[in-house]
Design a binder for this molecule. Sequence first.
Ligand code: FAD
Length: 517
Amino acid sequence: VLLLGFSCVIAPAFSTVDLAGSCSLPDAECRKLSTLPLDGHLTFFDTKRAAQDFGRLRSLKPAAVLHPGSTRDIVSLVRAVVQSSSNISIAARGPGHSVNGQSQVEKGVVVDMPSLGGIDVNVTGMYVEAAAGELWINVLQACMKEGLAPRSFTDYLHLSVGGTLSNAGVSGQSFRWGPQISNVLQLEVVTGMGELVTCSREVRPDLFFAVLGGLGQFGIITKARIYLQPVPTNVHWVRAIYSDFASFQRDQLRFISKAEKSNVFDYVEGFVVPNSPSFEFGYNSVPFDGQTVNATLMPAPETSSVLYFIELAKNYKDDEQPASSLRDTVDEILADAELECIPTQVFVQQTSYLEFLERVHATELLLRSLGLWEVPHPWINLLVPASKMGDFERTVFRNLDASTLNGPVIVYPFNRNMWDSRMSAVTPDEDVFYLVAFLQSVVPSMGPNLETLLDRNSALWKYCAMLGCKQYLPKYSTLADWQAHFGAKWNDFVRNKIKFDPKAVLSPSQGIFARGE
Ligand code: FAD
């Protein structure tokens, strides 16, 4: 106790002495921040990482980074900033997997959420309570030890709980369980006024629904309670190739519909691939457990410039299914599914549930080893109304220029009734809508350059806005664009901002609200 007390006393003095030239804020603010009584620590030096994100398109240097040692630290910081006379802002940051600087803040304070960990699985209640800075992979592994797992994921699990809940958190399970924001029982939030609130559908529902998909505008999520279900052990992972979009779309829609027979898969996604045997960007660039595409069965490139790959998964428990019967079971499932794909171009592999959910991480490790992970990522994610997918296919997919692709183009549908309209997250106004994600990388001397990809994104968005699309992980540059994005929800969004973060202190780099006095 004595030692702890001693370190508390000397910490502020040490920071003050060390401040000269390192703090970019007015002296009084630097002194105020450096003398905050904290369980963790605040640094003015080690801020480089917080000025970067996965996108590598934008870099804003913060004045300081808080590594909270407790929720109390976040409350203290927000209160100090709100009371300060200068316009300092705050952004919570998970591992920084945004692509447009959304978790950065120029001359403000970044809160490094992963500093504050903690995962508590409640087996009886069938929920997990996770600190918001925890990565989903850690949450999953802790739950699996108890035979449980969350119901809804993202394709990549090395994202933070608070980061995905501030957007939506979508993947191939969302058609059945909704996005991750539909699977939250309770949140602990520090509002933009420094108030610590526990909220749920029943208690303070105004804050609960505002924060879900709220782009970090209303509060810093510090803890989330998430629904669980019994964990499967293994997965039949299926990929099938289609030469025409209509059949691909019919199958995807059948598998996400609630009709009894068609609801056989636990995961439904898909992607678009140039109809070329190229190992760089064609159908051979996306290997599947060593199984190869039969090139002679692919349509002539003049008739189909692209192919559509459906991705399906059926979960199972290995103790429910002896290994000898696996083959029969998959064959039965596929016979039942009556896929409309190119005959024989159906590939199957069995993986563990964890390996399946970690599939993108496996790719990350490969790309990192090749130096291809830490490169610019001008991504664009579109939510397209189902009724417009025919237009979209004719205008965009059929005219895709393979020379402007350097990364996957993902396409899969959602059921809107799984998205509670009270949440801040925005979707197109139709019962079914699609995610179309152009997840491109810029690699020097390989594929298109940054300018080409940004131009293509602008043209895509211009066209897509006319179809009534929305952006997922949105990036807009004008207030009018944000108003159009939120549509009927805009007035509530503004009202919530005034209510929960009246000085617009939080997540300024989303570019929605300007910091107030
Ligand atoms: P950050 O980038 O650190 O933060 C994102 C925003 O949320 C910022 O505005 C930040 O201020 C705010 N924020 C962060 N933590 C909190 C908090 N605790 N409280 C309040 N606000 C907070 N998304 C999907 O939905 N599905 C996918 O399949 C998917 N796959 C991806 C794969 C890769 C390789 C990458 C890089 C991203 C993927 N994403 C996916 C996008 C991802 O959901 C977003 O990048 C999201 O922002 C989460 O990243 P993060 O945890 O690093 O948050």
